[in-house]
Write a protein that binds this ligand. Sequence first.
Ligand code: CU
Length: 195
Amino acid sequence: MYRTPLGAVVALTASLALILSACGGSSSDAVVEGEAQTTTTVDNNSETESTEPAAVTDPETTEAGSEPETTEPEATEPETAAAVAVNLFEWVVEAPESIDGGSVTFEVSNTGTFPHEFAIARGDSYEALPQESNGAVDEEALGTNWIGRSDRVPPGETITISFDLEPGNYVFLCNIASGPNSHASQGQVLSVTVS
Ligand SMILES: [Cu+2]
């Protein structure tokens, strides 16, 4: 009679211990799973966040880079179209005798066999300009009517130079001189009207 109840108590105690340990095990497993799920969710978010800004940045960089490229050619074309062609050779200045004023760009070619330069003085004609004994234009005497000159252009070469020209009468010339000789006195001058 005693053994059965005792055996039942032992059996109940053992089963309680199993239930307690099972409950403890299951509750700790649930905590680990919850942490694992939370970590996984955070990882997914950070991966998604890092991917989105990179995708947004690439198109912005491409758009910003393409806009200036479209603008640059438009700004260059008018400057090229406005250039006035000038040819220098012995003993001639070849250029249009009437041009528009403002900032004028000249494309100056030396098609001769000597070095020449492109110079501009303000005046009605070469004969009316102050001159030195060799026929070169007297640049100091001209004062503000001496507009300026290019560097010497070697034979076969072309340079580009710009001058601001108000409306009026000008003389285009080569003012190179050597001793008693000057290119201007040999005829390398041209009267030009700027309007
Ligand atoms: Cu010359």
